[in-house]
Design a protein around this ligand. Structure first.
Ligand code: COA
Length: 261
């Protein structure tokens, strides 16, 4: 995607790397970044050559240090609401609902909208220097890109309330201990660690992986429907070629060759 300026994308071996590229502003999310991130995420949905995506930040210091605070001074109630709504619809919810895996490689500050962006991804790996927090209360705000909901889901009510009420910044190891990230690695090994896990997922049946994402999202947002949806998904997958291939491969003691059908 050569037409983007605040976001760099590369596609290699089925893995689409989306790098937010405003390192001089610690990759803060302004309107242009949100717009271009929306285009990059749309590409993940539509490009059949993309099997999975990684979201990360340019430079050694930040994943994303938050929404661009410089843009806040011109907002009122209505435009502020639009900012949150547009971001959630174009980027954050689209990432969470994407049928292909999208993982955050958190390589530094993940504050405010940056922590929310990482949380919208299906899971997170962090470098040892990563820092997490929802410091919106320092500005007189609350998270607006889904943070109140996703942080609560990921770390539980008590920890989410403490983080959002104090605005405290926590280390990668603290984030690991509370389940906000799945793994902490040295900076130089971060992308390789994420890619290794995505390669493991790439060997699984894509329709089943997509159903897992959908069902876990249902557990978070529509729990009353979850068990029935699981029954329906379980049944639907018996209609797929991949289920026949996976079961045959197991019985024939060979590796399955999934086609995503
Ligand atoms: N919005 C806009 N600009 C931001 C930003 C943000 N969220 N975060 C950092 N920047 C800018 C700084 O203004 C600075 O720009 P300048 O060089 O033109 O002055 C540049 O990025 C570098 O940041 P700086 O503050 O000098 O780096 P630091 O290492 O001293 O501090 C942080 C790093 C992350 C602790 C600090 O930048 C910070 O607190 N950022 C805001 C975090 C936040 O509240 N996010 C939630 C927003 S809702």
């Amino acid at each position: 995607m050569n037409n983007l300026t605040t976001v760099i994308t590369t596609l290699e071996a089925g893995i689409f790397v989306i790098t937010i590229n405003r390192p001089e502003k610690l990759n803060a999310l302004n309107a242009e970044v949100i717009r271009e991130l929306g285009l990059a995420i749309a590409e993940v949905y539509t490009n059949d050559n993309i099997a999975a995506a990684i979201v990360t930040g340019a430079g050694p210091k930040a994943f994303v240090a938050g929404a661009d605070i410089a843009e806040f001074t011109s907002l009122d109630g209505s435009s502020g609401k639009n900012l949150a709504q547009l971001g959630q619809q174009l980027v954050f919810n689209k990432i969470e609902q994407c049928p292909k895996p999208i993982v955050a490689a958190v390589n530094g500050f993940a504050l405010g909208g940056g922590c929310e962006l990482a949380m919208a991804c299906h899971f997170r790996y962090a470098s040892t220097n990563a820092k997490f927090g929802q410091p919106e209360v320092n500005l007189g705000l609350v998270p607006g890109y889904g943070g109140t909901q996703r942080l609560t889901q990921l770390v539980g009510k008590g920890r989410a309330l403490e983080l959002m009420m104090t605005g405290n910044i926590i280390s990668a190891d603290e984030a690991l201990a509370m389940g906000l990230v799945n793994k902490v690695c040295p900076s130089e090994g971060l992308m390789e660690a994420v890619k290794a896990t995505l390669n493991t997922i790439a060997g699984k049946a894509p329709l089943a992986v997509a159903k897992v994402i959908d069902l876990v999202n249902t557990a978070c947002y529509h729990p009353a429907k979850g068990l029935q949806m699981e029954i329906d998904a379980f049944g639907a997958l018996f209609e797929s070629d991949d289920l026949k291939e996976g079961a045959s491969a197991f019985l024939e003691k060979r590796k399955p060759n999934f086609k995503g059908r």
